[in-house]
Write a protein that binds this ligand. Structure first.
Ligand SMILES: Nc1ncnc2c1ncn2[C@@H]1O[C@H](COP(=O)(O)OP(=O)(O)OP(=O)(O)O)[C@@H](O)[C@H]1O
Ligand SMILES: [Mg+2]
Length: 276
């Protein structure tokens, strides 16, 4: 005789509902991610070495070269992509649920800052909150079809960059360093950490090369870590003068440097994954 099924307690029902929601979110996230080609993190061991500068200018150059590009600012503690891109509006939404990122210079941009009350506010988030927030962003954002998503990551080897890397399941990292010894030491540490997570490092970019900090340490680091050297960006006053546009638009020399980096990134991605 079939046994009559016991009614679920309210706690059990809540648990089942919670599991259903989490599965539904996982499904939605993986659906969204399938439409996003390569997800590339821009990362460094040390703060202030030029991650945001590289993320923004690389995204814009790839878009100029004809790719469909998204830029996702995941520097949760200190998001400033929107400031550099001069975006004041947030995403638009027709149904109040799905968000469409604003576009600037041919790049679709989302940032954690779009949900902060004011620019000076510092957000201190822990791993599980970051994981949830990023999943929420992914679930609710309609990026459309993208060839590349460039992700601006928080610096260092703490909880927050790690959580972002794992949640987004990034295809590879561009590691930014400056020519100073301390920066390359930190970069080495961050490369090792990415490798521990079984994620790929695409290569090393040396930023702020020139008479002040010297040049060449980025190449040495790449060689030592058995990685491609993706390119060099000279230290220039142009960055301080780019009040209205990313610097690749205002300086041909900078645009040339970023074309070189974009080429190297494409080449490396093709080597790592010849089928795509
Ligand atoms: N090649 C360069 N020449 C001159 N100035 C530069 C260069 N690259 C970056 N800068 C400037 O250095 C400052 C720091 O750069 P950026 O904000 O990109 O670093 P970051 O690594 O993203 O910093 P954070 O760790 O705080 O997020 C900015 O004012 C930027 O304009
Ligand atoms: Mg930054």
């Amino acid at each position: 005789m079939a046994q009559k099924q016991r009614e679920l307690t309210p706690q059990e029902r809540a648990k089942v509902e919670g599991m259903k929601r989490s599965w539904e979110q996982k499904r939605l996230v993986s659906e969204r991610l399938q439409r996003i080609g390569k997800r590339i993190g821009v990362y460094s061991g040390k703060g202030g070495v030029g991650k945001t500068t590289v993320a923004v200018n690389l995204a814009v150059i790839l878009a100029q070269e004809g790719a469909r590009v998204g830029l996702f600012d995941c520097d949760i503690d200190c998001p400033n992509v929107t400031r550099v891109m001069r975006i004041s509006e947030g995403p638009s939404s027709e149904d109040g649920k799905v968000m469409v990122p604003p576009s600037r210079f041919g790049v679709r941009v989302m940032s954690m800052s779009m949900f902060q009350e004011n620019e000076e506010e510092a957000t201190i988030w822990r791993g599980p909150m970051i994981h949830n927030a990023i999943n929420q962003f992914l679930t609710n954002t309609d990026w459309g079809d993208l060839d590349y998503m460039i992700v601006d990551l928080p610096p260092g080897t703490s909880d927050s960059p790690l959580t972002v890397m794992q949640t987004l399941n990034l295809d590879g990292f561009v590691v930014v360093t400056t020519p100073q010894e301390l920066a390359t030491l930190d970069a080495k540490r961050s490369i090792n950490m990415v490798r521990k997570l079984n994620l790929d490092v695409l290569g090393v970019v040396e930023n702020m090369s020139g008479d002040i900090f010297g040049r060449g340490a980025g190449e040495e680091l790449a060689e030592e870590m058995d990685l491609p050297f993706l390119g060099r960006i000279e230290m220039r006053a142009d960055y301080q003068h780019s009040e209205t546009k990313p610097t690749v638009f205002t300086s041909d020399a900078v645009a040339d440097e970023f074309h070189v980096i974009a080429d190297a990134v494409r080449k490396r991605l093709a080597e790592l994954d010849p089928d795509n």
